[in-house]
Design a protein. Structure first.
Length: 588
């Protein structure tokens, strides 16, 4: 190796980190909640995540690429930590396909189909497609999709550069023989881990081991601990991906390390303990490519089957290794301590305690919406990250509140408490949806900031009025909910109708400007997405207010109630007219 290989290694790391960042940010811009919803449905169950990870890795033949993508998605807030755990476990199973292909193709992988599935070979095509999308397309969504493809290609290019920098070392006969010079299982595992870290590919390490085994010089007793160590060494890529990422992404990388390390130690210990009492004939045999492949598969499948039962424990362990920051602790949950199981013995007290927590949940949501709306006019990364963080916190509120309220519902409570329980069980769903839309608004604001075709000043002035109305409806909803004020809740619907009218007016005005050549049609797509997200915030505020009214009056025909109010209540129409004057759009 020379100094130039060292420079190539540094450059590869730089490309790798930049590609991951570009891909993650672009995924977030183009997907918003859509990709998150898809991934949640695919990973809401641990075994779904395992199958997804195994399938993706089997296709692209790179567990490193899969785990890097997972770390990037967690860092972007698109994938949750528990969902990532299943995918990481599955990637270890999926990567075993490489060893089988190598064992069947003489360890050369000359099969055209195998080569085409390798990210190294198809990523240049993705890069070219991405560049063309950015250069040719005028639609922001397509340009952002192009950035995703380029980000992935740059990431793979960086991985390959790092691996290529180590090839001279991996090609040295003395280096290869290190794989079989250690008969001690602990030393063998350490050697396997270190050498795999150096060449940054467990597939390449297994390929070297299989190639050496063809010569007949590799005893199975030496191959086994090296295989165990290679599973630990492959974690280096995910560890590099977590550099500069947020704490949750670091936890995802830690889960990968814990899973492979614990699995290797447990299974190797069990194997050698059994061998101590009942000698296993395999230990006297020479390793072959086929035997290495079957051992690799058996280890990863058994490791997944065993540790899948402790997935929650692995997640909790990462919080011990990477504890919450002081800010996270402060933000997260003094309130959650109010959800004490001991209070369930006095259901009324438990319910009031839970109500206080739900109010705090809505306050966090209100903060997220306010910050998101401000980003439209004054974008900055700090507030964007804050909105994303608050959205995650509100998700935690919903999970904990849902469980706690269900426990209360199993108790005997009086009629008044039962009404409050019904309001809360319905409202926390709408509050969480409002928080989702705050992130949608923030993502659209970021797209506006990054797009060369920004909104016209007229559009921004109209959105300013629209934002005030959305903030107003959310503020009033929070006050009505906190104070259980039914009369104030009745004033939410007129304001919600005003927001609906503003939504239509803003969009129609933009269409008019497009026809006059004052604005671009591309900016109109972003404005429509932004405007719709703002309007949905108001819709969910209306749901909360109407739930309060329905439960209070004992009438659960919301459609009939709204129809009567809008058609027969003259004060409703007067209130709408009054609010329309307050939120009058500037003259065109």
């Amino acid at each position: 190796m020379t100094i130039f290989h060292g420079l190539q290694l540094i450059g590869g790391l730089a490309f790798f980190l930049y590609g991951m960042d570009l891909m993650g940010n672009s995924l977030q811009l183009i997907s918003g909640r859509r990709l998150q919803s898809i991934l949640e449905s695919l990973t809401d169950n641990l075994w779904k995540g395992i199958l997804l990870g195994a399938g993706v890795t089997a296709v692209i033949q790179s567990s490193s690429a899969t785990t890097t993508l997972v770390v990037s998605l967690v860092n972007s807030g698109i994938m949750r930590l528990f969902g990532a755990t299943g995918v990481i476990m599955g990637s270890n199973v999926g990567t075993t396909i490489t060893a089988w292909l190598l064992s069947m193709t003489g360890t050369t992988s000359d099969n055209l189909f195998v080569k085409l599935l390798n990210p190294t070979n198809f990523s240049p095509v993705l890069a070219m497609v991405g560049v063309l999308m950015i250069m040719i397309s005028k639609r922001e969504n397509r340009r952002t999709t192009g950035k995703i493809l380029i980000g992935f290609a740059i990431l793979i290019f960086g991985m390959n550069n790092m691996s290529d920098a180590m090839k001279p070392l991996a090609a040295m006969e003395s280096f290869q023989l290190l794989f079989i010079r250690f008969s001690n299982p602990i030393l063998g595992m350490l050697v396997g881990a270190v050498l795999t870290m150096i060449i940054q590919s467990s597939s390449a390490a297994i390929g070297i081991l299989q190639a050496l085994s063809v010569t007949g010089i590799v005893p199975y007793s030496a191959a086994l601990p090296i295989l165990m160590g290679q599973n630990i060494g492959t974690c280096i890529t995910a560890l590099l991906a977590a550099l500069g990422a947020n704490r949750n992404a670091k936890r995802a990388s830690t889960i990968h390390i814990l899973f492979n390390t614990i699995g290797s130690i447990v299974l190797m210990s069990a194997f050698y303990i059994i061998n101590f009492f009942v000698h296993i004939p395999l230990m006297d045999m020479e390793a072959t490519p086929f035997l290495i492949a079957i051992t690799h598969t058996a280890f990863n499948v058994l490791s997944t089957l065993i540790l899948s039962n402790f997935a929650n424990g692995l997640v909790k362990l990462t919080y011990i290794i990477i504890p919450e920051s002081e800010k996270e602790k402060e933000e997260r949950s003094e309130e959650f301590r109010l959800l004490e199981d001991r209070l369930l013995e006095t259901p009324g007290m438990a319910l009031r305690s839970a109500f206080d927590v739900s109010v705090r949940m809505m306050e966090r949501t209100q903060e997220g919406v306010r910050l998101a709306l401000e980003l439209i006019h004054n974008y900055n990364d700090k507030d964007f990250e804050r909105v994303k963080y608050l959205e995650g916190v509100v998700d935690q509120y919903q999970d904990k509140m849902g469980d706690y309220l269900f426990k209360i519902s199993q108790k005997n409570i009086n009629e008044g408490d039962n009404r409050l329980l019904n309001v809360m069980m319905s409202s926390i769903v709408d509050i969480e949806r409002i928080s989702d839309h705050s992130l949608d608004i923030a993502i659209e604001a970021r797209r506006v900031e990054e797009d060369p075709l920004n909104f016209s000043q007229k559009a921004l002035n109209e959105l300013s009025v629209y934002s005030r109305a959305v903030n107003d409806v959310l503020d009033r909803t929070l006050i009505a909910y906190r104070n259980e004020d039914i009369e104030l809740a009745r004033l939410i619907e007129p304001l919600e109708e005003v927001v609906d009218r503003l939504n239509s007016a803003v969009r129609l005005r933009h269409i008019s400007r497009v026809k006059d050549g004052e604005c671009s049609a591309e900016a109109g797509v972003m404005l429509t997405d932004l405007s719709n997200a703002m309007e949905r915030v108001s819709d969910h505020c209306s749901n909360i207010a109407n739930t309060m009214i329905e439960v209070h009056t004992g009438s659960f025909d919301s459609h009939g109630y709204l129809t009567d109010v809008k058609e027969k209540d003259s004060s409703y129409k007067d209130k709408v007219k009054e609010l329309m004057k307050e939120y009058k759009l500037p003259k065109e």
